[in-house]
Write a protein that binds this ligand. Structure first.
Ligand SMILES: *[C@@H]1O[C@H](CO)[C@@H](O)[C@H](O)[C@H]1NC(C)=O
Length: 369
């Protein structure tokens, strides 16, 4: 029998599952959110250290001091929300080794792209629970690959349960930062996610604008729909390529691009429904022709002028992801100087950031009570 990965990871920490969550007061929630600058969002958990979107990854992120954990959400055939970056399961699970899933292997068009694999919408939760998570980028993160098979695919509710129990043992509020993936795709399959995400959060006592929650999406239509059905904070994500359009805009034929959404006027439109924006970090400080950090753009200034917080993605410690001046060697998987990259972005005025190694921004930031 496989040793349960989460039990292994938590063995060294005192997890007090029996203490009621209500011991965390509302005041405390507000204090943590207002005084941490920048907000640290554990990207897919602590995916620099543990295979992404597993309870082990989220638990480690929390142990390392992250303010928020970030589950990407997709849906199963029977309408359960689970955490995966993609609705295709082959990249981050051992599904290819399960012969009983062979009939589910197919080619599909997802958000206009042809993809071959096994898809969450073709499998029940019970079936997906027989799979084990594996590392997405084992070449860059060989250490993580040693944990292949240690964890299952978690449901959104299991993540909420983990967060609620760990915030009690840590005596601090820990937020959840879910992303709705492929909204239009799942809507077209009769599996809309927006109401389901809101229902789970409301049911778990996350109801107000001050609750430690952000719901994020690369699409626009669903964020506007969410604005109508919840007071929870919403974040508009931007693709790094500003010539691209949110997929709901492609379908609607508006021609409206991420570039249009990043002008001073476009940001004012976003501010009508969103609390914050999540651009790729290069929208704030692009790389120059030598792949070093270039000249800071007006993005943060314009977003702040529109009343929006700015939480760029994704800060990663391995050389391959860093600007040239912060690399430690020519090995792409060696760890470089992520702290210095983060400091440059703090100087650019960001309010939060997504990091695969959340311990590093937690150490770099100065302002947090
Ligand atoms: C998907 O399409 C590719 C290219 O046409 C083909 O080689 C492959 O066999 C297809 N896979 C499945 C599962 O149908």
């Amino acid at each position: 029998m496989l040793i349960d990965g989460l039990a292994w990871l938590l063995a060294g920490f005192s997890v007090t599952l029996a203490v009621p969550v209500s011991r965390i007061s509302k005041d405390e929630t507000v204090r943590v959110i207002n005084e941490c600058n920048p907000l640290v969002i554990g990207h897919r958990g602590a995916s620099g250290y543990v295979p992404e979107h597993t309870l082990g990854s989220y638990a480690l992120a929390i142990t390392l001091g992250t303010d928020y954990v970030e589950p990407d959400l997709v849906m199963t055939k029977d309408g359960h929300l689970i955490a995966r970056h993609d609705n295709e399961l082959g990249l981050t699970t051992d599904v290819s080794e399960h012969t009983e899933f062979a009939s589910r292997h197919k080619n599909k068009t997802v958000d206009g792209k042809e993809i071959e694999g096994w898809f969450t919408e073709d499998c029940t939760l019970e079936e997906i629970k027989t799979l084990r998570a594996v590392e997405r980028i084992p070449g860059i993160r060989p250490g993580n690959a040693r944990l292949n098979g240690a964890f299952t695919v978690p449901t959104f509710q299991e993540i909420i349960n983990l967060v609620k129990s760990l915030q009690v043992s840590q005596s601090r509020t820990i937020g959840i930062y879910p992303e709705i993936k492929h909204s239009t795709h799942f809507k077209n399959l009769g599996l809309p996610m927006e109401r389901a995400v809101v229902d789970i959060l409301h049911k778990n006592d996350y109801q107000s604008h001050e609750s430690p929650i952000y719901i994020q999406s690369f699409e626009i239509t669903n964020l506007k729909e969410l604005k109508e059905i919840t007071n929870l904070r919403l974040l508009q994500l931007y693709e790094s390529d500003f010539s691209m359009q949110p997929y709901d805009q492609v379908v609607a034929g508006t021609g409206y691009t991420y570039g249009d959404m990043s002008t001073p006027q476009g940001l004012k439109e976003v501010a009508k429904y969103a609390y914050a924006v999540g651009p790729d970090k290069t929208a704030i400080i692009p790389r120059d022709s030598n792949n070093r950090l270039g000249v800071t753009t007006n993005f943060v200034h314009d977003a702040h002028a529109a009343g929006l917080k700015v939480h760029p993605y994704t800060f990663r410690a391995e050389n391959t992801f860093l600007p040239a001046e912060f690399r430690s060697s020519t090995n792409e998987d060696d760890v470089g100087d992520l702290s210095s990259e983060i400091r440059a972005y703090l100087n650019a005025g960001i309010d939060g950031l997504f990091s695969d190694q959340p311990d590093i921004p937690v150490r770099v930031r100065k302002i947090c009570k």
